[in-house]
Each structure stands twice: as C-alpha cells, then as structure tokens.
Design a protein around this ligand. Structure first.
Ligand code: NAD
Ligand code: IPM
Ligand code: MN
Length: 353
C-alpha cells in the first residue's frame, strides 16, 4: 500500500538518526512490498537558517497533508539566543496539529537490563507508558513574558483538556495491566486539584482499571526506586517532560525512548523523546534506537501494519541481544553500524520466518 510521510530531520544528531530510521523503513518497504512516499522538510534551526522561521508554512502544510510525520530532533547552541528559537517551531507544530496526547513507552528488555546505571534487579522487567499532556499547561498558558524586572509563565488547564488526556490513559490501561497512576502536585497547585478530581471522575467509567495518585516529587523517587510498580502513568505537560527523561535512564540511555503524539483527528507525529544532542552531533555515534522505535510506533499506530512493526522491533532487539551497542550504552557500534545490523535482521527475519 501507499503511505505518505513527512520527515523532519532537524538539527544536531537529528539528520543522522533520521537517516537510520528511514533506512530501516526502506528495508521494511522492500521486504513487505509497500510504497512509503517520504517528503523531507526544513524544520527547527535548519529551517531558521534557510527561511528565518523554525516552522515554515510549506513544512506545516506538508505535515497536515501526510498520513504521518517523523521528527528527529531540533535545537542547539547556535540558536539559543536567536529571536525565534527552534523549540518554538516544535511547540507551534504540536499546537497547530492538535497533538495533545504524547505516549512515551518505557521498556527494559532482559537483554539490556545490565546496561542501566541503576541496579539490574531494580530495573529488570520495567514496562510502562508515560502519557504526557502536550498542548497545555505552562508551555502555552498566557500571560507569558519576561524582561529584566520580572518574568511570568502561566499554568492553565481547562477541564476538557484534562479529561481527554486522562481518558486516553485509561483507554491504554484497559489494553495493558489495568493500572493508572495519575501524577500531580495537588497539595499546592490549583490545576492539579482539578486534575485529581477529574481523574477520580474518569476512573468511575473504567471500573476494571485501578487508579492511584502520586505527587510528582514522590513519583520522581518511585520511578527509580521501584519502577516495576507502574503500568500507565498520566501527567501534565511539564511533569511528563521531566519524568520521561528520568525514566529513560532505566533502559540505559535517553537514546532508547521513542514517542507518538496523537490529535483528536489528523496525522500523528512520531519522535524520540530526546533532543539534538549537540555534544555528539556529526560523530556517527548517536543511538538510533529512539528513532527506529518511533518508526515502529508509526507502522503500528498510524498504518496498522502490525507484522511490519513487529519485524522492525524484533530486528532491534536481536541486534541488541547480539551485543551491538552504541557509545551511550558503553559499546563501540556506530550509528550506521547499528542500523545496518537492524536492516540485515529485517531481511533475515522475513526470509527465514
Ligand atoms: P538532549 O536530549 O539533546 O541530550 C542530553 C544528553 O543525552 C546528551 O549528553 C546527549 O548526548 C545524550 N543523548 C540524547 N540523545 C541521544 C542519542 N540518541 N544517543 C546517544 N546519546 C544521546 O538534551 P539537551 O542537551 O538538554 O538539549 C540539546 C538541544 O535539544 C536543546 O536545544 C534542546 O532544547 C533541544 N531538545 C529538543 C527536543 C526535540 O527535538 N524534541 C527534545 C529535547 C531537547
Ligand atoms: C521534548 C522536548 C521539548 C519539550 C522541548 C524541546 C520544547 O524537551 O520533546 O521532550 O519540552 O516538550
Ligand atoms: Mn523533553
């Protein structure tokens, strides 16, 4: 079948890992006889250099018209003092497409549980999903301004914004181990008090799912002390941003975690949870797994190609089991080495099985 995809390589390691993701996708296309039509567009700092804007209109239109969007990463020191930063382009893209639900799965397969800086017996078997609200909260609330005398950010949530993300978490939990942990700061924040009230209301509609609440500070501790307690964790925009980077350490590296962002309707966007890693850009050492697993999520969620998603996922886990690790996982495999090993295993898996 034919599918249209807009690819946004962005900045730093973005183009390197996007190459990896698209190479893996090409192998799937070949083995399964699909037609993935890729349009690559300027985005982030690279787009600022070309057009003065991090999200040029052409890029937004291409995203809106596609079946799915793949984004690698944006940002970097070159644009940190720019009038418009690359990050504003990312927020504008999420808002324009209505991508309110950001799904960040965290898994620690047995073959890599020894790679975490945390004790193997603590991280082993961790398997949960962080459901992060993506278009509200502190990131978007008005007023927002700063000058030398002071600065303001505003944390706003409507009841409907809270309800729809919590419903999303319960829907995911129904298909998993049926546990939702709602994370807030209801002992201090008004928005969190409403969040907790709505979580309790939504829970009544899902009698087979158990809901518990954690304050975000305690949750940060539980995540590294006892991560296997979690099934689905749902939280607001900024808490989700911070907790997901923390959770990535369970799997050994920030370079492991993919994500999917969904709107009410329209195309979904798939991206690693990490940034452009300027400290290692251009060295062919970035871990491409976050990007390749984002491609897996796209195949599964946007295109409903379960066998293809599984073939790619299996190729990644077999490459890890065979001992190929990038530098962040204390190995010597380059980005392109790792990707070639994945491609080889897609071919082998499909031909043999
Ligand atoms: P970062 O996520 O880019 O990097 C943090 C650390 O993790 C670095 O040491 C980096 O080398 C490492 N790392 C990240 N991804 C890796 C990978 N795939 N393989 C190996 N190591 C990896 O965060 P930062 O350094 O705080 O931010 C750099 C820039 O990225 C900033 O401009 C920031 O705003 C931006 N950013 C963008 C996104 C995005 O595009 N979605 C997300 C987060 C940060
Ligand atoms: C992420 C990033 C972004 C965020 C930044 C770059 C705006 O950290 O995708 O996690 O905070 O959402
Ligand atoms: Mn982040």
């Amino acid at each position: 079948m034919k599918y249209t995809i807009t690819a946004l390589p962005g900045d730093g390691i973005g183009p390197e890992i996007m190459d990896a993701g698209l190479s893996a996708l090409k192998e799937i296309e070949k083995q399964f006889g699909h037609d993935f039509q890729i349009t690559t567009c300027a985005f982030g700092g690279a787009a600022i250099d070309l057009t003065g804007q991090p999200l040029p209109e052409e890029t937004l239109i291409s995203c809106q018209k596609s079946d799915a969007i793949l984004l690698a990463a944006i940002g970097g020191p070159k644009w940190d003092d720019a009038k418009i930063r690359p990050e504003q382009g990312l927020l504008a893209l999420r808002k324009s497409l209505g991508l309110f639900a950001n799904i960040r799965p965290v898994q620690v397969p047995e073959s890599i549980s020894h790679l975490s800086p945390l004790k193997q017996e603590i991280v082993s078997g961790s398997d949960f999903v962080i459901v992060r609200e993506l278009t509200g909260g502190l990131y978007f609330g008005e007023p927002k301004h700063f000058d030398d005398s002071g600065a303001v950010d505003t944390l706003v949530y409507s009841a409907e914004e809270i309800r729809r993300i919590i419903v999303q978490a319960f829907e995911i939990a129904e298909k998993r181990r049926k546990r939702v942990t709602s994370v807030d700061k209801a002992n201090v924040l008004a928005s969190s008090k409403l969040w907790r009230q709505i979580a309790n209301d939504v829970a009544k509609e899902y009698p087979d799912v158990t809901l518990n609440h954690q304050y975000v500070d305690a949750c940060a501790m539980h995540l590294i002390q006892n991560p296997t307690q979690f099934d689905v964790l749902v939280t607001e925009n900024m808490f989700g941003d911070i907790l997901s980077d923390e959770a990535s350490v369970l799997s050994g590296s920030l370079g492991m975690l993919p994500s999917a962002s969904f709107a009410k309707d329209g195309p979904s966007l798939y991206e690693p949870i990490h940034g452009s890693a300027p400290d290692i850009a251009g060295e062919n050492v970035a871990n491409p797994i976050s990007m390749i697993l984002s491609v897996v999520m796209m195949l599964r969620e946007s295109f409903h190609l379960e066998a293809e998603a599984r073939a790619l996922e299996t190729a990644v886990s077999e490459t890890l089991s065979a001992g190929f690790f990038t530098k962040d996982l204390k190995g010597q495999a380059t980005t392109t080495d790792f990707t070639k090993e994945v491609q080889k295993r897609i071919k082998g898996g499909v031909t043999n099985g």
